[in-house]
Design a protein around this ligand. Structure first.
Ligand SMILES: O=C1O[C@H](COP(=O)(O)O)[C@@H](O)[C@H](O)[C@H]1O
Length: 265
């Protein structure tokens, strides 16, 4: 049974185990997909890499593999490593192997980065791709900023509190002019990455942050709880959708340092 919490800014869904979390996550994504397809005819979703993709695995199983309208999905990446698409570090490869090869997503709706140019060029080309999709109304547009409005941005969080490729104390956190930017000095390998900027993430209709494992408990506490002004502001804390809805999915170990939550064994 999930333990629900949060406030008007965010919803917390804390799960007993990964199986339960995976089912709730699949239900959540399937519901948003259905709503977006009904309202807009398409579902524009931005993925991250890492543990998130494995946690989405239930979407490839019954009933979701048959009930979700996969042909209406348009996939982009909230961040990508600038490596070849068949490289073990590629977020595209991870999602292709773990998800797309198992459900009928239209190949031309999968928007991967150009892996044969520099990180800077890849970011600028990817922003152009998004601009074209906004122009053709596959991706909505925010009514409060000039940013795209994704139906859903799915994020993981590192143990240092990074989301997408927005790392703590990095100047990339201050990028407000571009939709997609790049870094060449990622503290987590590989060093070259492209990433959505915070204004784009915060313009989405829905943002989910999916976090599991005890090694992320401290970062989850710093990101979610009302910590004092002297505490480090982790990037995940800066995810604050302007008009959209933020939902955190956590397992018990990741939630173990949150204030106000007490679990029985
Ligand atoms: O490098 C990255 O790390 C984060 C977190 O990964 P996880 O395996 O600890 O869940 C991921 O969300 C991001 O997309 C990826 O590029």
């Amino acid at each position: 049974m999930a333990l629900l919490g949060g406030n008007k800014d965010k919803e917390l869904r804390i799960h007993e185990n990964l199986d339960e979390l995976g089912t709730d996550l699949a239900d959540y994504i399937a519901e948003l997909s259905e709503t977006s397809v009904k309202e807009r005819g398409v579902f524009a979703v931005a993925l991250s890499g890492g543990s998130l993709i494995g946690l989405m695995g239930k979407l490839c199983e019954a009933p979701y593999n048959k009930t979700v309208d996969w042909t209406k999905w348009y996939i982009l990446w909230a961040d990508e490593r600038v490596v070849a698409k068949n490289h073990v570090d590629s977020n595209y490869k991870l999602a292709k192997d773990g998800l797309f090869s198992k459900v009928p997503i239209v190949p031309s709706h999968v928007n991967s980065i150009n892996d044969s140019v520099s990180a800077e060029e890849a970011a600028s080309e990817y922003e152009f791709v998004i601009r074209q999709l906004v122009k053709s109304r596959v991706i909505g547009v925010s009514d409060t900023s000039d940013c795209p409005k994704f139906d859903l941005v799915l994020l993981g969080m590192g143990s240092d509190g990074h989301v997408a490729s927005l790392f703590p104390n990095h100047s990339v956190l201050d990028e407000n002019n571009e939709w997609v930017t790049f870094i060449t000095d990622s503290p987590k390998p590989p060093p070259e990455r492209i990433t959505f900027t915070l204004p784009v993430i915060n313009s989405a209709s829905n943002v989910a942050i999916v976090v599991t494992g005890e090694n992320k408990a401290e970062a989850a506490h710093l990101a979610i709880d009302d910590v004092g002004p002297d505490c480090i502001v982790v990037p995940a804390r800066m995810v604050q959708p302007t008009k959209g809805k933020l939902v955190w999915f956590l397992d018990k170990p990741a939630a173990s340092k949150l204030e106000g939550f007490q679990f029985s064994d």
